[in-house]
Write a protein that binds this ligand. Structure first.
Ligand code: BES
Ligand code: ZN
Length: 655
């Protein structure tokens, strides 16, 4: 299901929470919002407008080519300690400083290798922290050392790591640790040029307690001995946000000879059964877009505190357990993360302004995989759910955030991006191109695009130049440059957007209407065939509020309260809160304390904080849940609660 990752932003728009842009800028005239395609960008040079605003690094002067990590995992102090050794390419002849991104790191020592092979101390300065970007680390390297090594330790509150007590795991015996580097959190566990415009190979030597299995976004060996000492190699160049690590009581179950599942022992079988179609997904995508270039594709199922649905760490997708619902209805998440092996990990956006190049293309490919494996009815339902969300979000968000390619300065924090825009509008744009050119032209075009830019980081301008040369010019009369520009640089949804009809959703709409108008609830014979998508649509189409009796009737018939399906809970609980149906309160508290995936829980928090009694439930629940939340989720919840409390203060003072 294509659903928003940054629902936080949507919630923020609805609740006026901090962190998301709420500027009431006038709607942009789409036909005039073009960002100079004349400014030709070559495959190597980065135009000034395409520079990454969220990194202090200066990759035009010197670039990291390879990273060698030496790390010790210490669960007691919740730290990683060790060193990062960079092999550097000094590209500017005058450069003699290496500037790195860091956040909350303790820097112990920095040394550089001289031409004679000796390692000598280097001077460095660590600037005060910027709230969003962290601390700039400037290393003086008058000898332009080929290799530089930083010895450091992470903070127990590193934004890119979560440390879980044994009690927060399924097995309850072994502690757990995992990273989430995207978008700019890699810098909280490795000093880096933390920008997707820099790609590097890496190796890692990691030590951990013997009972912890360590995995990375690298060449994990399904048969690796669990001995507390692990070596990794990632021979393909990747950007920093794809650097990943996890440690815990993890075991492996194969799906095919190149894919499988890592999870806690109590979860691995269920996960492998749910994700059994992974190999078929790989073959489907290969047929469309060329060979899978990363050797293995494994899925690591994390504890429920994982703040996202999935993360496309190369060779090892990190996934929430909340998609394991027993009927494969939410495995589009695997299709999505796997699709990133082409769109994102192979061809990467060079800065967050161009996030749609990753997420829009991936959502399009995800939809194609779902269609091929589960049929067009299912992929269409998923498109409609996404587009409804997009329409709702576009009513409230800043038009500047509705463009696929963002202008410099628009995105203060990369986590502010409108997910509906980059995911759903992005995919819709490619569906528009597919419709105009036909799959016989568009599929080979995308395949060639992935090949042409393989292992490169690019800006939207490079895609536009490529599309103009290889699609528009080669097949004239189908799409005009003005249409292309409107999709990419304009706000809102262009009129050229192809519509999707879903007969299965039409049946859901009819059933809902019958009941809302006073008739009977749809009977079991009909609903027995409904999948998660239909239930989601059934709830999303309900009136703003229902009576307590109506909600009680729904619960009696379908047991929504307490549902183990997070996608249903995400829609059901906000409706119960809005409607004052307190019968669900206890289940809400349980839901919010057991799950940390932001997309699922933020809509309920957003609804709760709107009334004083709801705010109390939100705060009480958050206090209990917080020790188990990831720093990213904690930040989102705190922002929503703080914002809700803000306007009350002036009037309270006046009383
Ligand atoms: N790359 C994203 C996760 C991400 C994006 C993390 C931006 C941090 C910043 C991942 O591929 C993704 O899109 N995950 C989705 C699932 C998907 C099925 C839409 C999610 O987590 O909800
Ligand atoms: Zn994605």
């Amino acid at each position: 299901m294509r659903t928003s990752i940054l629902t936080v932003c949507l919630v923020a728009a609805l609740t006026a929470a901090a962190g998301c842009s709420r500027d009431a800028a006038p709607a942009a005239d789409a036909s005039k919002t073009t960002a100079t395609p004349e400014a030709k960008v070559t495959d190597t040079a980065v135009a000034a407008a395409d520079r990454d605003e969220h990194s202090y690094a200066q990759p035009d002067l010197v670039r990291i080519d390879d990273l060698a990590l030496l790390l010790a995992v210490d669960f007691a102090s919740k730290t990683l300690t060790g060193s990062a050794t960079y092999t550097l390419a000094w590209t500017d002849p005058k450069a003699n400083q290496l500037v790195l991104d860091t956040r909350d790191l303790k820097i112990e020592k920095i040394v550089g290798e001289r031409d004679d092979g000796k390692w000598v101390d280097l001077k460095y300065s660590l600037a005060d922290a910027d709230k969003t970007l962290g601390s700039k680390l400037t290393i003086e390297a008058p000898d332009r050392n080929k290799r530089i090594r930083v010895s450091y330790a992470t903070s127990p509150s590193a934004s890119g790591l979560q440390w879980l007590e044994p009690s927060m795991t399924q097995g309850k015996k072994t502690p757990f640790m995992f990273s989430q580097s995207q978008q700019i959190h890699a810098r909280s566990w490795v000093p880096l040029q933390d920008t997707p415009s820099v790609r590097f190979t890496y190796t890692a030597h990691v030590t951990a307690p013997k009972d912890a299995m360590v995995l990375m976004s690298a060449d994990n060996d399904p048969k690796a001995a669990r001995d507390g000492d692990y070596e990794f190699k990632m021979p393909q160049k990747i950007p920093s946000y794809l650097l990943a690590i996890a440690a815990g009581d993890l075991v492996f179950q194969p799906i095919s000879n190149r894919s499988g599942v890592w999870a806690e022992p109590g979860m691995v079988k269920k996960a492998a059964t749910e994700f059994v179609d992974t190999e078929k997904m790989m073959e489907t995508t290969e047929k469309l877009y060329g060979p899978y270039r990363w050797e293995r594709y494994d899925i690591l199922v994390l504890p429920p505190s994982f703040p996202y649905g999935g993360m496309e760490n190369p060779r090892l997708t990190f996934a929430t357990p909340t998609v394991i619902v027993g009927d494969k209805s939410l495995v589009s998440l695997v299709a999505h993360e796997l699709a990133h092996s082409w769109s994102g990990n192979l061809v990467t956006f060079s800065s967050s302004k161009d996030a749609w190049l990753n997420e829009g293309f991936t959502s399009y490919v995800e939809n194609r995989i779902v269609e091929a494996l589960y049929g067009k009815e299912r992929s269409d339902m998923e498109s409609v759910i996404g587009r409804n969300e997009l329409a709702a979000e576009f009513k409230t968000i800043d038009p500047k955030l509705q463009a696929l390619a963002l202008k410099p300065g628009v995105l203060k924090d990369p986590d502010e991006a409108s997910s509906a825009t980059v995911y759903t509008k992005g995919a819709w744009f490619l569906q528009f191109l597919e419709q105009r050119y036909g799959r016989e032209v568009f599929d080979p075009f995308l395949r060639d695009y992935f090949n042409h830019f393989a292992f490169q980081s690019i800006a939207t301008t490079q895609f536009v130049d490529y599309a103009k040369a290889n699609l528009l010019a080669k097949h004239p009369g189908k799409v005009s440059e003005a249409e292309l520009d409107e999709w990419i640089y304009g706000s809102g949804i262009p009129k050229s957007a192809p519509a999707t009809v879903s007969p299965r959703f039409d049946a859901v709409d009819a059933a809902r209407k019958t009941w809302v108008d006073g008739g009977a609830l749809p009977d079991k014979a009909l609903t027995a065939k409904w999948t998660t998508q239909e239930w989601v649509h059934f709830i999303e189409g309900m009136p703003e509020k229902l009576s307590v009796d109506q909600l009680g009737a729904l619960d009696a018939a379908y047991k929504f309260t307490g549902t183990p399906n997070g996608e249903i809970a995400q829609r059901w609980y906000p409706l119960t809160v809005r409607s004052g149906y307190h019968q669900a309160d206890q289940a809400i508290a349980a839901f919010l304390t057991t799950i940390g995936r932001r997309k699922l829980i933020m809509p309920t928090y957003g609804e709760l904080v709107k009334t004083p009694e709801g705010l109390k439930l939100a705060e009480d629940t958050f206090a209990k849940a917080k020790p188990g939340y990831h720093p990213i989720t904690t930040g989102s919840v705190e922002a929503v609660i703080a914002k809700a409390k803000e306007p009350a203060q002036p009037s309270a003072a006046g009383q």
